[in-house]
Write a protein that binds this ligand. Structure first.
Ligand code: HEM
Length: 446
């Protein structure tokens, strides 16, 4: 409990212009080192003011607990995310607060229930098998993992989310979708012809019109794709999403599901190429299942794959920061922090804190094993999926998709990278390799 007399007001740090630019650049180039430098120099709460804007960085697992549990409703997701992706993904689930968010999340659960996941899995399995089988495996020509996963997750989204083979529309939809994602966090936030944001706004319009055309059939049909489930979801009082709400949710879901899963698959692929002994262990795990296609019950038997995934998410969390906005002033570690600030917590920083993780720079999936369980050192020290009311609703979907892809990759190929290769990562807006991650595939004897 903090006594009034020991509470101080958090003051903005004072930096020269040169240092301010250096740090802004560093926050893009290497958000982990940026966070580590600020935390070491100024402590767990750092305030910066740019003109009338106030930014507060909070570091450590306690900061996540405070911001994600949000017990006094201090923090708004809506105000924070609206400023970042609101032009392209307005009214997405993540951009809602309080009762309104609870209502929308409850209806959306219809698309993520166990029964729905079982069905998605049965559709996903054969599709992933086929896609992986068609990868070009050349000894002297690499496959670029990131764009390959991106294409695959988009195709899967078409089947699972929209319940259709995109046919002639595929290329256009793909392009529009890419444009919306690219514009969701543009470096230049100007909507004038030719800018990324401008293209994104036009692409969003195209996507909305596309969903609108499909909507009547989805409302009345009996398909069980995610779009149909959202169209038909009804709460206890008989409420349903309006057409506009379904479209906003579909736009947001396609984006939320796509780059995050692609990012995780890419960092797992890298880690398994860098540590071939782990690739071998996972192959043995996959063979030990004794199945040609994964059933839902097999997923939890893939324990080693689970640890590798968790470790990849620790080292390369797709979202390195979690932005919130303070609606009221609040206290953190004896400091009063004002209302009206963009408040960011840093999964990427917490994921490397020696307080919770042994040798955090080392790839060591066994840290998640029952005996060690380092992720339980603090309930909020491993937060790639966030936590509290906004915790990722697609978590189980993502884990399922990742395991299906790994299952097929491991069975069909051995993959490698040159010995001295290190993946250069661009963390923002979503973690990805700067060079697409070139890997060399060798088909396995089936
Ligand atoms: C490895 C993959 C994924 C990661 C790392 C991830 C991460 C996250 C994070 C960090 C948040 C919360 C942000 C916040 O606190 O404001 C979030 C929210 C969300 N995610 Fe995911 N996500 C993943 C996959 C997916 C998938 C596959 C879907 C959909 C099928 C999805 C749908 C959503 C939605 C709808 C929200 C908003 C939840 C809410 O506000 O109530 N995500 N995700």
């Amino acid at each position: 409990m903090t006594h009034e007399s020991t509470v101080h007001e958090l003051k903005p740090i004072k930096l020269s212009l040169l240092e301010t630019f250096r740090l802004i650049r560093k926050s893009y180039v290497n958000p982990l080192e940026h966070a580590q430098e600020l935390q070491q120099r100024f402590g767990n709460a750092v305030m910066q003011k740019f003109f009338r804007l106030t930014f507060v960085n909070l570091y450590g697992a306690d900061a996540h607990r405070l911001a994600l549990i949000n017990s006094d409703q201090v923090f708004s997701n809506k105000e924070a995310w609206n400023q970042i992706i609101g032009r392209i993904f307005p009214n997405g689930l993540m951009l809602r607060d309080g009762d309104d968010h609870r209502y929308h999340r409850r209806l959306m659960q219809a698309g993520f229930k166990n029964k729905a996941l079982h069905r998605y899995l049965s559709e996903m399995g054969p599709q992933v098998h086929e896609a992986v089988a068609h990868w070009p495996a050349h000894a002297d020509q690499p496959l670029f993992a990131f764009p390959t996963f991106k294409q695959m997750t988009l195709n899967l989204a078409a089947t699972i989310f929209l319940g259709m083979d995109l046919g002639d529309e595929a290329a256009r939809l793909n392009k529009a979708f890419e444009a919306t994602v690219a514009a969701s966090m543009p470096r230049i936030p100007l909507a004038i012809p030719g800018t990324i944001l401008w293209n994104g706004i036009r692409a969003r319009k195209y996507m909305c019109e596309y969903f609108q055309r499909l909507l009547p059939a989805k409302r009345t049909g009996n398909s069980a794709d995610m779009f149909s489930l959202l169209c038909q979801a009804t709460d206890e009082e008989g409420n349903q999403y309006t057409d506009e709400e379904v479209i906003d949710h579909m736009n947001f879901l396609m984006m939320a599901a796509h780059d995050t899963t692609t990012s995780t698959l890419t960092s797992m692929t890298y880690a398994l190429a860098k540590h071939p002994e782990w690739q071998q262990r996972l192959l043995e795990e996959v063979h030990s299942l004794g199945v040609e296609q994964l059933e839902y019950a097999d997923l939890e038997k893939m324990e080693l794959t689970d640890w590798v995934m968790k470790e990849a998410l620790r080292m390369y969390p797709p979202l390195s920061t979690l932005p919130k906005y303070s609606l009221k002033s609040f206290q953190f570690e004896g400091l009063t922090i004002p209302a009206g600030a963009m408040v960011a917590t840093y999964p990427i920083h917490t994921h490397y804190m020696e307080e919770y993780w042994s040798e955090p720079q080392k790839f060591d999936p066994l840290r998640f094993s029952g005996g060690r369980a380092e992720h339980k050192n603090h309930p909020y020290c491993w937060v790639p999926f966030s936590g509290g009311a906004h915790m990722c609703i697609g978590l189980h979907f993502a884990v399922m998709q990742i395991k299906v892809v790994m299952f097929e990759m491991l069975r069909q190929y051995h993959w490698s990278i040159p010995e001295n290769y290190t993946m250069a990562v661009q963390q923002s807006p979503i973690s990805k390799p700067r060079d697409g991650l070139p890997v060399y595939l060798a088909p396995r004897e089936q």
